[in-house]
Design a protein around this ligand. Structure first.
Ligand code: PLP
Length: 387
């Protein structure tokens, strides 16, 4: 066999997938690992998908996304995110992940450096590898509320730094960057002439306050920002694979080249369902967010009582537990918890170095699973701590 490309061979597979794969082999395991909402896709959205099939809307579409969807998204971006835009500046892709991949492909050349958060969602690190880029991690410490250390971040910038990637609301920490934090990041990016890729896939999942999380595009010359959103989390549509980005028309053009050559277009059925999600009733979003808030309270109480709470998440649907007192690394803890107690959580090491002694618990699983799973996690931790 000839050699495989070293670019992907060097890339580690996602630590989230690793524990999820192990959990699938354990019958009845309680799954608190992946960010998979336990809700069904709301009925009116599913019906719109069925309708598209019945009407024969089942062919290739414009790579960028069908126009009515992009028009509705332009309206949503202004109403919810305060971003004025046009359908020409919007590009749809296969999930937020597909849009992020298109954005990085449009911006990063081999050898370019990209600043990624630590802890941070692992997929963008893997994308950087296959693009031949170089990741440089900036620290977001729990002692600072998981907000980036601005001085350390700025000190990491070199002539090769091309992109600053931020993620708020954040997976895995639950941090939500306020206006001041976004303005500081915006000024660093402008001063050093960096692109900003802003992963806002949890924009509407705020665990306190109302509305949507603020967007860095409101604080900076919009031409240098690619803002990325998804239907997966807001509408419990993970399996439909629909995300979208907003960027300058030149960036969109490059992203479309990437998308047309790799996926032609997103499923037409999915796009019509996505349109129904955006223009239909939004009560379903409020209902799901209120369930995540309730679960956050449950988890905070249980973890605080057990002395494992790191901080109260403000957005997205995850909470971190510090398991250092067990004498195990987060990774050892997660795999032993799975094999001994049948509960699956994600090791903090899946997100970088900073969270190595922590595990991430998803609040997207049902209340019952969360209570039972966290009960077993606390029991396991306390038994290990007393060894
Ligand atoms: N960004 C972050 C931070 C995520 O956690 C996820 C999914 O878990 C995504 C992007 C992409 O989600 P999707 O591709 O399902 O839209």
């Amino acid at each position: 066999m000839p050699p495989l490309s070293p670019l992907l061979l060097r890339a580690q597979s996602s630590g989230i997938r690793e524990i999820a794969t192990a959990a699938r082999l354990i019958p009845g395991a309680i799954r608190l690992d992946t960010g998979e909402p336990n809700f069904r896709t709301p009925q009116h959205i599913a019906e719109a998908g069925k309708d598209a099939i019945d009407k024969g809307l089942t062919h290739y579409t414009d790579t960028q996304g069908i126009l009515p969807l992009r028009q509705a998204l332009a309206e949503k971006l202004e109403r919810v995110n305060g971003l004025r835009t046009t359908p020409e500046q919007i590009v749809c892709g296969p999930g937020g992940v597909g849009v992020l991949a298109a954005a990085l492909a449009a911006l990063l050349a081999p050898g370019d450096e990209i600043l990624l958060p630590d802890p941070g969602w692992p997929n963008t690190s893997i994308m950087t590898m296959w693009l031949g880029g170089k990741e440089v991690r900036y620290r977001c410490e729990s002692s600072d509320g998981f907000i980036p250390d601005f001085d350390q971040l700025e000190a990491l910038i070199t002539p090769k730094t091309k992109v600053l990637l931020i993620n708020s609301p954040n997976n895995p920490t639950g941090a939500v960057y306020d206006d001041q934090v976004l303005a500081r990041l915006a000024s660093i990016a402008s001063r050093h002439n960096l692109w900003v890729v802003s992963d806002e896939c949890y924009d509407q999942i705020l665990l306190s306050g109302s509305g949507a999380a603020p967007s860095i595009a409101s604080f900076i010359d919009r031409d240098r920002v690619v803002s990325v959103f998804t239907f997966s989390k807001t509408y419990a549509m993970t399996g439909w694979r629909l995300g979208y980005g907003v960027a300058h028309a030149d960036v969109v053009e490059s992203m479309v080249k990437f998308l047309s050559s790799s996926s032609s277009s997103i499923s037409s059925i999915t796009q019509w369902a996505g349109l129904a999600a955006i223009i239909g009733p939004q009560q379903c979003v409020a209902d799901m967010v209120s369930a995540y808030r309730r679960r956050r309270e449950i988890a905070v109480t249980l973890l605080r009582e057990a002395g494992l709470l790191v901080s109260e998440p403000k957005g997205a649907f995850y909470i971190m537990a510090n398991v250092a007192s067990s004498g195990l690394t987060g990774r050892q803890f997660a795999f032993q918890l799975l094999s001994e107690m049948g509960v699956s959580v994600t090791p903090g090491s899946a997100f970088g170095e900073i969270a190595e002694s922590a595990v991430r618990v998803s609040l997207a699983s049902s209340d019952e699973d969360l209570v039972e799973g966290l009960g077993r996690l606390c029991e396991f931790s306390s038994a290990r701590s007393s060894i």
